[in-house]
Design a protein. Structure first.
Length: 268
């Protein structure tokens, strides 16, 4: 009898960890860690042998790559079986498919999937104009992050792309959550966070737009205009371009003192 309530719990938004029956099962061997992480990121979907080989060895796999990969999978499944104490359950958890391998989506739980679910719920709240729910849901999503994603996992070509995607998604959620907080009038509380964000992402125009809006609504129009000058200088020197239309319109609205009467999409 397979217990579907039993789960492999994998945490990837920070240092990687995996637990089954409260036992740690994240391998210490680097390549086995890569395999488990890549399978967990794609839980419920087949990860092809070709993808795994590319992740582990890039363009220079060893001659015995097929046998070596099978050995890694065997060792990983043995570790999971030991923690599960049920060979049938472990084989369903980590399945061999014709073209590769798959972690069962019902038996594997990840913080990445939880983050995605909360982010989607937060965006739906934005769509219906519920800024309070949006801020709460998106804040909970961001609270799942314990540091840079997969910070302690060696990454090949595939995982590097996955990490970059996760970080872009995180920044998008940060932006949406701040927009919700601005709509709730929390401008002063956001200045420290926004100042840090533009320092870390000096060419991120939307973060600058949010910082300018927060400054203006705190009665600090001069600081808002100085923030525009900063991003304009950076974009000119680094890319040879001017700020985009949103920042230009926001800048003009601040100069004219009309920001509070502008459409919500511009003022947040």
């Amino acid at each position: 009898m397979i217990n579907v309530d039993e789960k492999l719990v994998v945490r990837l938004l920070g240092p990687a960890s995996a637990y089954l029956n409260h036992q740690p099962v994240m391998p210490s061997a680097p390549k086995q860690r890569q395999i488990l992480v890549l399978l967990a990121l794609n839980a419920g979907r087949v990860v092809t042998t070709q993808t795994l080989v590319e992740e582990l060895w890039g363009d220079q796999p060893p001659r015995s790559f097929a046998t070596t990969l099978q050995t890694y999978i065997f060792q990983l499944r043995a570790k999971l079986t030991g923690a599960a104490r049920n060979r049938q359950w472990a084989r369903r958890l980590l399945e061999t498919r014709h073209s590769g391998y798959q972690l069962d989506g019902q038996l594997c739980e990840t913080d990445v999937a939880e983050f995605d679910n909360l982010a989607r719920a937060g965006r739906r709240a934005v769509d219906v104009g519920d800024s309070t729910a949006s801020s709460e849901l998106l804040g909970r999503a961001l609270g799942l992050w314990r540091g840079p994603a997969l910070v302690d996992v060696p990454a090949g070509r595939i995982l590097r792309a996955e990490v970059a995607s996760l970080e872009e998604n995180r920044l998008g959620v940060v932006e949406r959550r701040i927009e919700a907080d601005i709509a709730l009038g929390r401008h002063a509380d956001l200045l420290g966070e926004l100042t840090m964000l533009v320092a870390r992402h000096p060419m991120h125009e939307n973060f600058y737009a949010l910082l300018m809006t927060a400054y203006y609504r705190c009665g600090r129009a001069g600081n808002a205009l100085e923030a525009f000058r900063q991003i304009r200088t950076v974009l000119r020197s680094e890319l040879g371009v001017e700020p985009g239309p949103r920042l230009q319109r926001l800048h003009q609205a601040i100069l004219a003192g009309t920001l509070d009467s502008e459409p919500v999409w511009l003022a947040s």
